[in-house]
Design a protein around this ligand. Structure first.
Ligand SMILES: Cc1cc2nc3c(=O)[nH]c(=O)nc-3n(C[C@H](O)[C@H](O)[C@H](O)COP(=O)(O)OP(=O)(O)OC[C@H]3O[C@@H](n4cnc5c(N)ncnc54)[C@H](O)[C@@H]3O)c2cc1C
Length: 488
């Protein structure tokens, strides 16, 4: 088929950049279009969850992100009565051999997208800015993105990663149901200030006419800026400089705002698309689901959509059947729905209750927010690690399973010497590598078992029979006949 590119990615936010990176690093042609003149500079998703760091590792960006962010930033909470409390954000959470990242990484979203753009450029792909898609047309052979300057770009598939007000989603006529709560609002701004140390995330309880509220000031690592979040006790807050100065002037210890950069008022908006795939077009990230920012889930869910979709599209270009692409919606839609529920609950607790703010997240919800328990299981009741579950890391002599997984999309852990080759996968002699028995204790193989790990770091299959062909729905634990829209 004669196309301009293999995949058109509409939108160069974190979702689109990761989708493009996953295709480009596997040698496929990808074009990234973004309507904005330049990357978005303001504070948005400033936390990368541990699971997101894991799934980004094979793309080659995790080490760079970790070097530019911080895991350690305890809360310092200033109560109305003048008392000051310090609190670990995630008490007791430390890396383990199976889980190298225990806590969210704090890093501004603009930095995350900068790192992703730099990585993409290393594969020869740059973002086409000022490129607004106004329509999408598709037929059996391919899909055409129509731009506002009348350019037409033809590709085999298109990824709509163009954010909450997605043009691609609207062009497909896909519903976006949910709720907007105008009354739950927060003012967000990027500021520079004097008066606070940069070793804490400071939160100030506030009281006013409308009850309780809070001001959150989080220093952004490797940058002079702070992310300001204001849940005002005054219901009529406006996102202007005068409002910010008034609130900040009233807090103790005394803080001086030196510069106010980008700012906006955020309203609680929770929605999900009816479909994540319409033939050759896929929706991912905020185009498919919008969240409350309270739980730090939006950016993470989008990136994990992109990881799930990216390797599947690449596999189809390399000969896998199209049915593999149906597993994208089947796997990601239930995850997105569950995360929307979680982030709404976090929002209710964090924003609804007023005082305490981010510092008062319940521990159980905080654990869920790390996204380490996300699973694509098709047999929810079974015990032990099952197909669909996250494949944990393990020390293997002087290396680790995660480091070895960088070498290939598919990995087979072969126990008890059953190390015969598997087409399209690297086969690891588990017993030879597992010098301290960690792998065996974690994966609990039965005699002669082999375990197939997918490109996105989830278990695909385990058993003593023939390993399913990589790139087929059966290699993901999906029955081959099931299609888009089925419920698993
Ligand atoms: C104010 C605010 C605060 C937030 N705070 C948090 C937080 O604390 N934690 C968290 O995890 N998440 C937060 N989020 C959510 C997080 O920023 C998003 O989930 C994340 O940006 C989603 O990434 P995305 O790539 O899917 O979409 P976006 O980042 O929205 O990127 C979409 C891109 O598409 C481009 N585009 C749009 N229309 C077109 C078109 N027609 N043609 C071409 N390009 C187009 C846009 O220019 C943009 O670059 C916040 C969001 C907002 C708005």
């Amino acid at each position: 088929m004669d196309t301009d590119t293999d995949v058109t990615v509409v939108g160069a936010g974190p979702t689109g950049l990761v989708a493009a990176g996953e295709l480009a690093r596997r040698g496929h042609r990808v074009t990234v279009l973004d309507s904005a003149p330049a990357p978005f500079p303001g504070p948005r998703g400033n936390g990368i969850q541990p699971r997101t760091l894991e799934v980004l590792d094979p793309l080659g960006v995790t080490d760079r992100l970790v070097a530019l962010g911080t895991f350690r930033l305890p809360f310092r909470q200033y109560a109305i009565d003048g008392t000051v409390r310090e609190r670990d954000r995630h008490p007791g959470l430390e890396p383990t051999p199976g889980q190298p990242f225990a806590r969210p990484l704090i890093i501004p979203q603009w930095r995350t997208t900068q790192v992703l753009r730099e990585r993409l450029a290393e594969f020869g792909v740059t973002v086409d800015q000022n490129a607004r898609v106004v329509a999408v047309e598709q037929d059996q052979e391919g899909v055409t993105a129509v731009l506002d300057d009348r350019r037409r770009l033809r590709s085999r598939y298109l990824v709509g990663a163009d954010g909450g007000s997605s043009t691609v989603r609207n062009a497909l006529g896909v519903g976006f149901l949910g709720e907007t709560h105008d009354e739950v609002r927060m003012l967000l701004a990027e500021v520079e200030l004097d008066g606070l140390d940069r070793d804490h995330w400071h939160t100030f309880d506030l009281v006013g006419a409308g009850g309780a509220g809070f001001l959150s000031l989080c220093p952004m690592p490797a940058s002079p800026t702070w992310a300001l979040g204001l849940r005002s006790p005054d219901p009529d807050i406006r996102a202007d400089e005068a409002t910010l100065h008034t609130v900040v002037d009233g807090i103790r210890p005394r803080v001086r705002l030196r510069r106010i950069g980008w700012s906006s008022t955020w309203r609680l908006n929770v929605r999900m698309a009816d479909r994540f795939r319409v033939d050759r077009v896929f929706l991912a990230g905020d185009a498919a689901h919008v969240h409350s920012p309270a739980g730090g889930q939006g950016l993470n869910t989008g990136i994990q959509d992109a990881i799930n979709l990216g390797w599947k599209l690449a596999a189809v270009f390399d000969g896998a059947e199209d049915a593999l692409l149906d597993t994208y919606e089947a796997e990601r839609k239930p995850v997105a729905a569950a995360i929307l529920g979680l982030s709404t609950e976090l929002s209710r607790r964090v924003l609804g209750s007023g005082a305490g703010g981010y510092a008062d997240r319940p521990a159980a919800l905080a654990r869920q927010g790390l996204q380490l328990d996300i699973s694509y299981r098709t047999d929810p009741g079974a015990s032990g690690l099952r197909p669909g579950d996250r494949a944990p890391d393990a020390p293997l002599g002087d290396t680790t399973l995660f480091l070895l997984r960088r070498q290939a999309d598919w990995t087979v852990l072969a126990f008890d010497g059953i190390t015969e080759p598997v087409d399209g996968a690297q086969v690891l002699d588990a017993d030879a590598l597992d010098v301290d028995g960690h792998l065996r204790r974690t994966y609990e193989p039965i005699p002669g078992e082999r375990i197939l790990i997918r490109p996105d770091g989830h278990l695909g299959w385990r058993g003593t029979g023939a390993v399913p062909a990589t790139g087929t729905p059966s290699a993901l634990g999906h029955a081959a006949h099931r299609g888009c829209g089925d419920h698993y």
